[in-house]
Design a protein around this ligand. Sequence first.
Ligand code: ADP
Ligand code: MG
Length: 624
Amino acid sequence: MSDIIQLLPDHVANQIAAGEVVQRPASVVKELLENAIDAKASHIKLIIKEAGKTLIQVIDDGMGMSVTDARLSFERHATSKIKNAEDLFQLNTKGFRGEALASIAAIAHVELKTKQEKDEVGTEIRIEGSEVVSQEVCVTPKGTSISVKNLFYNIPARRNFLKSNAVELRHIIDEFHRVAMVHADIKFDMYHNGSEVFSLPITNYRQRIVHIFGAKTNEKLVPVEEETDLVRITGFVCKPEFAKRTRGEQFFFVNNRFIKSAYLNHGVNSAFEGLLKEKTHPSYFIYLTVDPKSIDINIHPTKTEIKFDDEHALYAMLRSTIKHSLGQFNVAPILDFNRDASMDTPYEYKSKMIKTPTIEVDRSFNPFKDDPKENTSSSSKSYTSFKKEPTGGWENLYAGLETPETSSKSLENDFTSIEFESSEVTGSLFNADQEAELEHHITYQLRRKYIVTTIKSGMVIIHQNRAHYRVLYEEVLRNITMASAVSQQLLFPLKLSFSKQEMQILKEVQEHLENTGFVFGEITDTDVSISGIPTATTESEVSVLLEKLINDIEQEVPDSGFSLTDLLVRSISGSIAVKTGIALPKEQQQYIVNSLFACTEPTITPDNKPTFITLTVDDIDKKF
Ligand code: ADP
Ligand code: MG
């Protein structure tokens, strides 16, 4: 058999390499921004059209390239940043593989203009699919401008694989953030389709973070600072009460490079132990500086994972430094006040004398509410009134506290934590009229998690959170799609601030939100004023609700209008549904049971999880 192995032509090799380096427009953005930083730019402009599908341009005022370098920069393995293998262990630059420009030029139309300070004129090169189309002398300011047009024009499969503009733009913004966050000493501007998205002046880390994530961020940040032989740690963690339901803002930078590390993330989380509400994640912006020799960056093609020599020591140091900061800035006491009752152990109440609360606060009472509201459908009325005290709001803390030993500790003992172990248990299980309709049944709450009741054939165990989620979902969906939503006017409009891109998302779903009962006043780039909210929510829940909604949309970004509605409704009803761990008075238990079985789809949550199980008398008989 004759020889069959041959060397691949350069342009094919480049296209293959491009597959690794360039997954999507955001990868190009990352490489070009990093090159500009390596060129010591002090001002970098990023210009994007159609989420990078038609244009990605980066203009810097860095050192520029000579004519020869300009041409060479597009060759594979052409780099000015390392000379030999040893250099790999003391990297001070972002790039070092010499692969990026060659890869990008293989799959796009690229235009480069560059000039060094000492030169009179610059060089302009155009390349399409690795082929140099033209090279000319040009007039251009000091620095480099690279335009990448029609990405993947010669690989339709890749081009078709790209996500919607919203998704691709979000990836680009993520990369932009990761780079901008570590280079506060560089001015960054970003434009999309002709309008400014970010304009970040030269400043310090803290202000840079605030410029990116919005003015409200400033008060949330707690500085973290430590220096040892092994590592220098600086940066910020967010106060625990601002922890998010999604892992949105978690950043590690090692030697000015954004990295991902599940292990170090665990270290940070463990420093927050006991301070966070269930299922929330702390935000953090941590900058680590280590000896370049002690890390290996060469481990991952896109370089977001690196290997540390002494990861365990780093973990321990990170944890103790953050713990120290949280303690020093007195973050813990504030937290006690916002404490989630579900985190308290129920057992301590066993020996305590429990008084029935005598103060009832109707949180939904609004003197400015018009009477006509009373005429709304009975179901929406019932869920409005049901929201009276579902999450044990702070007013509840004062109810039932006539006992003299009102210490700060007992403030936490909000009465929603009382376990109902009353005689009614026996009552409902053995004396209930088996023939009665469901709504006449006695219900019993089990472990502040399940509602138990009987039916003709046996018993039902209902998951309180999931059931309420289903009920609200159908209710909110009805409002959105058919009826005009009922909203409660706020006495004073609520002002919330978000980052620019969060606001962008909010604007995209504004109309949908209005259909659920939100009434928006003035909306700027970063602030929104809200004068009305859906009846199912309370004022204090709104900011968490919108934050979660934005996060959910960021993560799923559905393309079709229908699924966006579904996501929105799921997010809203999910965040206001009564949680596990909340004690429910009898009427609320019965309300959930009755409205669940009035649902079109009572058996599962909108996320397809079972809402209840039944245990027939047969099932029970078998156990005996
Ligand atoms: P790497 O960054 O890994 O060296 P690249 O393919 O990204 O590889 O770039 C190749 C070379 O082109 C760089 O080493 C650098 O010398 C030069 N270069 C790229 N972009 C710029 C820029 N914006 N300003 C000056 N030189 C640049
Ligand atoms: Mg590079």
